[in-house]
Design a protein around this ligand. Sequence first.
Ligand SMILES: [Zn+2]
Length: 300
Amino acid sequence: MILVITPKTNIHTGGIDGEARFNMTGLIGSIRWWMEALVRGMGGYACSPTSENRCELDNQKFQQLLDTLGYHQAIGRMRKDICPVCQFFGCGGLSSAFKWSLDDRSLEVLEVDRGATIALMPLRPISPELYWLFANTLKIITQYGSIGGRNPAKKSSDGIAEIEIVDFQNSCSFSDVKNWLKSVGSNKRNNQNHPDLRNFWFIDDHFTKKQINDFLLLDSKGNPYNCKNYKLYEFLRGRLGVSKKIFSFQYKDYDAKIMKRTWGYVCDKDDFNKLNFGQYTNRVLRYNELNNMIERRQKK
Ligand SMILES: [Zn+2]
């Protein structure tokens, strides 16, 4: 599988010194984070690799299954224990399903508007549903999201990139994948504090610093106003070393057209209704619309 990544702004996936650096591990981590949110948004289970409850392959059990059932059936049985995201990106005891390599290994900074190719060498067979999830994760990042968003050292305008799979074909539909997810990692429940795409918002405009402060209930010096949903706003504002939960971008496309996007998320679904989008109230795009778009594109 070949990916083409075309940065539209600097992308910052590595280093904490403020330099816009590209780092494959950081890129993979960012894609993984979005895929977790998509899987949870579709009702599936996804662990967080930093949580205590992260997946781990029971190697002894796997070896026994492998010896008696062969690879495909063994992996099929293990699916109950390993979340789909770990099946793709790996976890303790299970390597990533792909080896990722950039065409030019010396590349530390990807150039804006210049595509670079990334080869993903499969290391084991994976199911079409996982390919579907991966492809749609990339679509969401390309059209609505950003990468390296949680890196506190990145400039707020960094992080927009188009990532496309070359010649990608897949016959799964949204509902096929939703059904398939029910049989994967099903003995575990999602942690309520982990991002779920159903609690994200997307707006096709750029927020000025003042608009971001207003949204976060901060004055012009960054001091918080008193408010009753204190915990929610503490979460949204972030703190030293922990990113805000609102990300806003303005950049030029190939034809010098100004592109704008803003996105953010809360973890608790009830918190969503407490947010004040002001003039954007009717322009907020949410998961349902996103999911309709994925469906429509599939039917084309
Ligand atoms: Zn997992």
